[in-house]
Design a protein around this ligand. Structure first.
Ligand code: SF4
Length: 438
């Protein structure tokens, strides 16, 4: 089945016409329907994941934004943006829906967007149309005078939430007991913590305070090299798949990558298994990327001979192994841009990005490995209504005076060590600058 747009996929899902889709028909409802109810990630790929108690909750969105048509919301957003001028910058993640992304000044992955804040130190407000950990990272990299705003506080990330600071601290204490703290003859400490960018600021701070580092899906191999130069082994969280796929490509055997289940003593491993470990993988995953399967790749190859299959490294190892290539969202984007006209791509990543790439590249055939895939639940919580609400509040339309709503602030005692871990990453692998309207 060829789907023309994400909206069409959602209509098929909500009408029950999407054969085999396990996505919730509630996707057609406005995200505000879920803000006031039982805490959860809402409809979409993460809807079956367990949201931690204490996750940020979004209050009621005023009715004017809930009932407005898409055209009215787009007009109100444009008007507020025009009024605010250079005082505001809007950042939009690749996985964001088009109605929101059309207003973004910068489009990119989480780190490109956080970096983009540095190019606009004049902006008083940074509106981050992404998820919570991304807004935290933007706050870490922006100036103290800048306010980072997340339009819907319920836009978390179920993968990031799978590793919390208490569980990681408990794991670390058990590993220290197991390995001790004495460096080997080459000066390498027993274990280095590495956190994926998709993690809370508290975990980035943990890495900063314990000799560790942050990685992205683009630079994970360079970061692991950095860590192995300084440590005998790595504790990698929260995404097991990125950790496993990266370490395997570097030659680490699978039997030296035990998984850490935070609910079991020694993470569910024996002392001997931990002693042999080169990479201890946290039991976390992305519910969007774990939906891709080897069967889908085989079907794509059968139906489209010559197809180039590219998947994201958050996909399970069997899927990455079966694909022709794997890489970050930026890698996928650049591979498509560089391909000769007439190429065919089957892509394993979030549907909003895949459909946008297909629209931007009519010279190619581009489709998602799962045709009616669920969007990311939490990216989906950022609706144009919330964007209009926070922008009009900055203008002063909402409370008759300018108000900063939904500000994300990382406390100073967390921010300092978190920045240390980010700076180590920049030393290990300086990224290319973010591109405007990428
Ligand atoms: S796509 Fe996966 S990792 Fe990215 S925000 Fe959504 S749940 Fe989190």
């Amino acid at each position: 089945m060829t789907i023309a747009s994400v909206d069409q996929a959602i209509q098929l899902i909500s009408s029950g016409a999407a054969a085999g889709s396990t996505c919730s028909p509630e996707l057609a409802a406005g995200p505000w329907e879920f803000d006031a109810g039982t805490p959860g990630y809402g409809p979409g790929s993460s809807m079956g994941d367990v949201i931690p108690t204490g996750s940020p909750r979004q209050g009621a969105l005023p009715e004017t934004y809930r009932v407005a048509s898409p055209e009215e919301l787009a007009g109100r957003i444009r008007a507020a943006k025009d009024t605010l001028g250079d005082r505001v910058v809007i950042l939009g993640h690749f996985y964001q829906r088009d109605e929101v992304l059309q207003h973004a000044d910068f489009v990119g992955d989480s780190f490109q967007l956080a970096q983009a804040t540095k190019s606009r130190p004049d902006a008083e407000a940074i509106v981050f149309c992404g998820v919570h950990f991304m807004a935290e990272t933007a706050d870490l990299l922006s100036t103290p005078a800048q306010a980072v705003i997340l339009p819907n506080l319920a836009a978390g990330c179920s993968m990031a939430d799978m590793a919390d600071i208490d569980s990681v601290t408990d794991c670390w204490e058990q590993l220290e007991e197991q390995y001790g703290t004495t460096p080997d003859a080459n000066g390498r400490v027993p274990v280095i913590p590495v956190t994926y960018m998709n993690s809370s600021a508290a975990l980035k701070a943990f890495c900063g305070a314990h000799g560790g580092i942050v990685c992205t899906s683009s630079n994970a191999p360079a970061v692991l090299e950095w860590a192995f130069e300084r440590g005998q082994r790595v504790l990698f969280f929260p995404d097991q798949h990125l950790g496993r796929n990266t370490a395997k490509a570097m030659g680490v055997p699978l039997n030296r990558m035990p998984m850490w289940n935070p609910h079991k003593p020694l993470g569910g491993n024996t002392a001997a298994e931990l002693d042999a470990a080169q990479v201890v993988l946290w039991h976390g995953f992305c519910s969007v990327h774990k939906r891709f399967t080897v069967d889908q790749i085989e079907i794509a190859r059968r139906e489209h001979p010559g197809v180039r299959v590219i998947v994201h490294p958050e996909c399970p190892m069997a899927v990455v192994d079966a694909a022709d290539e794997y890489g970050s969202t930026d890698y996928i984007k650049k591979a498509i841009e560089a391909a000769p006209a007439g190429s065919t791509f089957a892509i394993g990543t979030e549907i909003n990005l895949v459909q946008r790439l297909a629209a931007q590249h009519p010279e190619h055939t581009i489709f998602c490995l799962e045709p009616v895939i669920c969007p990311c639940s939490t990216m989906y919580r950022i609706h144009a209504g919330y964007l209009a609400w926070v922008l009009e509040a900055l203008v002063g339309t909402v409370d008759r005076q300018p108000v900063v709503l939904n500000r994300i602030v990382v406390p100073d005692d967390v921010a300092a060590p978190a920045r240390t871990a980010l700076e180590r990453m920049l030393t290990a692998w300086p990224p290319a600058p973010a591109r405007q309207d990428a």
